[in-house]
Each structure stands twice: as structure tokens, then as C-alpha cells.
Write a protein that binds this ligand. Structure first.
Ligand code: ADP
Ligand code: MG
Length: 296
């Protein structure tokens, strides 16, 4: 490939809402057979909302749980945290800053508010802390109900006791199903890669038209999953927003960053979807193929 041809390709891309940062991306696009998508912020908008709270009976009042959870999450940058904080503000609660705070990536957070220590996170995080989630049948049913609706389920514990289930919903981008369908028509295999739980991930994947799901992946294992797919002989594009997936973007044959994602994603990506519209992914792949055909 001549540098001149690649510059033509990148210039046209910019007009179409695609920033192609490396000639490598154009050259790799032809042989691509797999497109890995991050879930939150990529297939979905990444603006989750706290949709429901189910209390474990005999624990505390719902408002108190939301108040404590929002105080704890006010120090977290995770999109799930922001959903809880926004919900508390909408209820005109004014949660204080926690006195102590610790985040465990891919699992949850621990915070101290006054005399209370609270934990918020996924099942693995609760199990790591010896907290059982299966004693209250009402809560058990709520968990599977919410996950079955495609919501992310997080657990709230106070003083090492399970108190509440939070269902956090993040709407699918309008264009996601049509983009996935188009990739499949072009012989590409879409795969979802997420830190979220398997049940929720499968429901969202099904709505998107994605059959293959790799769920429950800790942030520092996402790049290893890309490597594993490459070791199977696949040529992989990874599409992500950079929250926990920048190393995976960098390792993929083509890293595609959502333009609204965090800066590190934009830095790690070979291709940036400037308008954060997934249809621009199709534009990028078509453009790459067309450019390489011109060169040949
Ligand atoms: P994703 O791959 O969807 O971006 P992460 O790897 O960041 O997810 O997190 C995986 C899971 O860990 C989340 O679905 C959630 O259950 C839990 N988790 C992580 N951070 C937090 C937090 N600040 N508050 C509550 N739960 C969290
Ligand atoms: Mg993400």
C-alpha cells in the first residue's frame, strides 16, 4: 500500500464520521472475520438508569438504601454508580461523601458512611465477602426477573448483610441490531465481551442479534480474551468505549473506539467513530475494503 492511497482513505472517512488513525486499520480490514463488541456504552448508550430496587425483607427502608448507596457510589466513576447517584438526586436525597472508599475493578465498591460499611457490586464481589444472596426467596426471584429483562443486577449490602437488589437498565442503541445484521450478512462473526453477568449479557446479545457471548470477564482479562480469539486464527476487530477495554482495543487487529468514549479509547483505537453511531463501523469497514481494492 502506498501512503498516498491510505491518506485518501482516511480523508474520506473523516467526512463520514469516521477517523481512521492508522494505515494498519485499512490494511487489516480485508481479512477481518470477527467483530468483538463491548456491551455497556458500545451496544448500549452507556447512560444506565436505576430502574428498580427490591429490598430484602426486614432490613432497612428503601430510601435509606438508595441514600447510602448513592453516598458510596458518589466516589466511583463507573456508569452504574452514576445511575444510582442520579436516581438519589431525582428523589431529592442529598447523599454525603463517604468517609472511606475503595473500588474493586469489575466487581464493585466498598465504602464507609458514618458508622456503616456498605458494599455494592456483583455476585462474585458479594461471594468474595462471604455474603449470601440466596436466603430470601423474594430477592432471589427479583434477581432472575431483572436479569431476564436484560438489566444489570447489582447487590447492596450493609454491615456484611444483603439488603437490596438494584436493577440498572441501559437502553440499546437504535442502530445496534441493523449493524449486527449487516456484519453477519458480510460473513463476519459478532461476539459480545462484557464484565456483566451471563444472564443479562445473553438477553442483551439476543436483542442485538449476537449469538456468541463472553461474559463475567474482569477488566484486566479482556485483552487476554482478544488474544485467545486471535490464537484460534481469527482476525479480530474490537469495538469499545475505553471503560476497561483500552488494552483490548490496542491488542485487536483493528481497535474501534466510540467517539464519545473516554480519551484513552480514542488513543488506543485505530479507528474512531466520531459521532458515536455504530453505523459508522460499517462505513469504516467498507471504506477500508474499497481503499485496499483501489491500491491493489
Ligand atoms: P462492563 O464490562 O459492563 O463495562 P465492568 O467490568 O466495569 O463492566 O464491571 C462488571 C460488573 O462489576 C458490573 O456489571 C457490576 O455488577 C460490578 N461493578 C463494577 N463497578 C461497580 C460499581 N461502582 N458499582 C456497582 N457495581 C459495580
Ligand atoms: Mg464498558
Amino acid at each position: 500500500a502506498t501512503p498516498v492511497s491510505i491518506m485518501v482513505g482516511t480523508g474520506r472517512g473523516a467526512q463520514l464520521g469516521v477517523l481512521i488513525k492508522s494505515g494498519r486499520a485499512l490494511q487489516e480490514a480485508g481479512g477481518l472475520d470477527t467483530v468483538v463488541f463491548d456491551k455497556t456504552g458500545t451496544l448500549t448508550h452507556g447512560r444506565p438508569e436505576l430502574a428498580a430496587v427490591t429490598m430484602v425483607r426486614g432490613t432497612m427502608a428503601r430510601t435509606e438504601a438508595v441514600y447510602l448507596a448513592a453516598a458510596a457510589e458518589s466516589r466511583s466513576e463507573h456508569p452504574l454508580a452514576q445511575a444510582i447517584v442520579r436516581h438519589a438526586r431525582a428523589l431529592e436525597l442529598d447523599p454525603p461523601e463517604p468517609d472511606a472508599f475503595e473500588a474493586v475493578p469489575g466487581k464493585g465498591i466498598r465504602a464507609t458512611i458514618g458508622y456503616r460499611t456498605v458494599l455494592i457490586g456483583n455476585r462474585a464481589f458479594m461471594e468474595d465477602n462471604g455474603i449470601s444472596l440466596d436466603d430470601d426467596q423474594f430477592a432471589v426471584d427479583a434477581i432472575s426477573h431483572y436479569a431476564g429483562q436484560g438489566a444489570t443486577v447489582v447487590f447492596f449490602a450493609s454491615e456484611n448483610k444483603f439488603n437490596a437488589v438494584f436493577a440498572i437498565a441501559d437502553a440499546m442503541r437504535d442502530e445496534t441490531p441493523e449493524v449486527v445484521a449487516s456484519l453477519k450478512r458480510n460473513g463476519l462473526t459478532p461476539i459480545m465481551l462484557t464484565g456483566d453477568n451471563e444472564v443479562t449479557a445473553r438477553v442483551v446479545a439476543e436483542r442485538a442479534g449476537i449469538d456468541a457471548v463472553i461474559a463475567g470477564v474482569l477488566p484486566d482479562r479482556k485483552a487476554a480474551e482478544i488474544e485467545r480469539l486471535q490464537a484460534e486464527g481469527r482476525k479480530v476487530a474490537m469495538v469499545g468505549d475505553g471503560i476497561n477495554d483500552a488494552p483490548a482495543l490496542a491488542l485487536a487487529d483493528i481497535g474501534v473506539a466510540m467517539g464519545s468514549g473516554i480519551d484513552v479509547a480514542v488513543e488506543s483505537g485505530d479507528v474512531v467513530l466520531i459521532k458515536s453511531d455504530l453505523r459508522a463501523l460499517l462505513t469504516a469497514l467498507n471504506l477500508s475494503r474499497a481503499t485496499m481494492t483501489n491500491i491493489k
